[in-house]
Design a protein around this ligand. Structure first.
Ligand code: GDP
Length: 445
């Protein structure tokens, strides 16, 4: 359904820059562009991989000066003949170029269609194609490193060898099924068990990396909670260095959650200043409090802020959340009131005292060593789901081996593992899965 090579075109850059690029790909795309290009030489006569200077024309009218790159199949992003037209970054010029291309037989590309073609041409596996979107969206050093490893085939590298071994073992088991009356054993059960255990180890490790990977990709969510007026907004402003949240000494000023981001040592953090947790009759404030609860439930890190014992709120955290207890307005406290070895941090959001230590603790909660070492860290929920399914099937196949269950059952479990792992890189896929993944891309990717 989506495997065709007609000519597609789309802007590849956002408007507002000095230059815009229009991408064209498909059989006949170079000839199509020649119909709107005027230069010293026809694009079709140019060597592959060259850039030609000329004009984009509508009949006799010159639309703009252009630099046009010509790529020939299979040496292009999509694996097809492709052209990239660079013009001045005007919305009008880009729409004119597209209008002219559509008049010459091209059609508008759908979201992610260039990358779908690259995937279908075998230029990249599915997880690499997804990493293209992550790479474009990456806004920190760590998110970039994560996408980079995946784009360079991290999954294939970490799973392919084990998957191939499993495939071999599975074929031997299938063979045994064919000879079931003769009671033969082609697949060594001890070897098979140890291989499944190794694979399970690997898969569990990858699943375990998801919470870190996902937090790095989406921005680590830090909810600042506490009663009204303890200084949450003041802290947020200090952390992000920007007057994002309104501060005042009237309790209940922050009626909704306010979010602001900043980069701490290569990791993007999303700080969420929440509405004070106090009982209220005010409907709008109550909605804010509901959002607070959701922000707290979704946060990776929770800063529970108080002005001391009396104003401390009880905050329930789950196993995978980190809680930092903070007493604010330390500047108003006598020195001997700051004792306590329960890990509580005394800060002054107003003067900045103790805030560096708070930043250090928050940053230390995110372990980026694996990411920077180029190891595969899972950041995509679809991959995590497939890995969880394969882990469950691996556990069941170990049980089947231990209990000496039938070969049919064992074979079925191993097939399930192979399918689930194959979904990640796209060896096993369907048009529905592809449509679903690529529809989230933007046009021109
Ligand atoms: P929120 O309701 O928790 O967001 O509290 P705000 O950030 O709006 O702060 C409430 C009041 O406390 C404001 O007048 C702030 O200036 C003041 N405040 C915040 N942090 C400190 C601090 O560290 N020391 C002192 N003395 N006052 C603070």
């Amino acid at each position: 359904m989506i495997d065709n090579h007609d000519i597609i075109a789309a802007p590849a850059t956002a408007t507002g820059g000095a230059i815009s690029v229009v991408r064209v790909s498909g059989e006949g795309s170079v000839e199509c562009c020649d119909r709107i290009f005027r230069g010293r030489m026809r694009l079709a006569d140019s060597a592959p991989g060259t850039v030609r200077h000329g004009c984009i024309v509508d009949g006799d009218r010159v639309v703009d000066d252009a630099l046009v790159s010509v790529f020939r199949a299979p040496h292009s992003y999509t694996g097809e003949d492709s052209v990239e037209i660079s013009v001045h970054g005007s919305r009008y010029i880009v729409s004119e170029v597209l209008r002219l291309l559509l008049g010459c037989g091209a059609r508008m590309a759908s979201p992610g269609e260039f990358t779908i073609r690259a995937y279908l041409a075998g230029k990249m596996d599915l997880s690499q194609a997804e990493a293209v979107a992550d790479m474009i969206a990456s806004d920190s050093k760590a998110a970039h490193a994560l996408a980079s490893t995946q784009m360079n085939g991290g999954y294939s590298a970490s799973l392919q060898a084990l998957r191939t071994q499993l495939l071999d073992a599975s074929s031997l088991l299938e063979l045994e099924l064919d000879f079931s009356e003769e009671d033969v054993e082609f697949a060594d059960r001890r070897e098979l068990t140890s291989m499944i255990e190794r694979l399970l180890d690997k898969v569990r490790g990858l699943v375990g990396s998801f919470s870190t990977g996902n937090a790095i990709k989406e921005g680590v969510a830090v909810a600042i909670v506490g009663r009204p007026n303890v200084g949450k907004s003041t802290l947020l402003n200090r952390l992000v260095g920007d007057e994002r949240a309104i501060t005042s000494d009237v309790a209940g000023t922050t009626r909704d959650t306010v979010e602001a981001c900043c980069d701490i040592d290569g990791v993007r953090f999303r700080f969420i200043d929440t509405a004070g947790l106090r009982a209220t009759d005010d409907e709008i404030e109550r909605m804010g409090i509901e959002r607070t609860r959701k922000a707290v439930a979704d946060a990776n890190i929770i800063i529970s802020m108080s002005e001391g014992e009396d104003s401390r709120e009880r905050v329930d955290v789950s196993d995978d959340q980190m809680l930092v207890e903070v007493v604010n307005k330390a500047d108003l406290l006598p020195d001997d009131a700051r004792d306590g070895d329960d890990g509580t941090l005394y800060i002054s959001a107003k003067s900045g005292e103790g805030v560096d230590e708070l930043i250090y603790r928050i940053r230390s909660a995110v372990d980026t060593r694996m990411v920077y070492a180029g190891e595969t860290v899972v950041s995509n929920a679809r991959h995590c789901d497939a890995l969880l399914r394969s882990a469950t099937a691996l556990e069941r196949s170990l049980d089947a081996l231990r209990c000496g269950l039938s070969n049919e059952l064992l074979s079925e479990e191993l097939r399930e593992v192979l399918n689930a792992l194959g979904e990640i890189t796209g060896e096993v896929t369907s048009d529905d899965i592809l449509q679903n993944i690529f529809s989230k891309f933007c046009i021109g990717k």
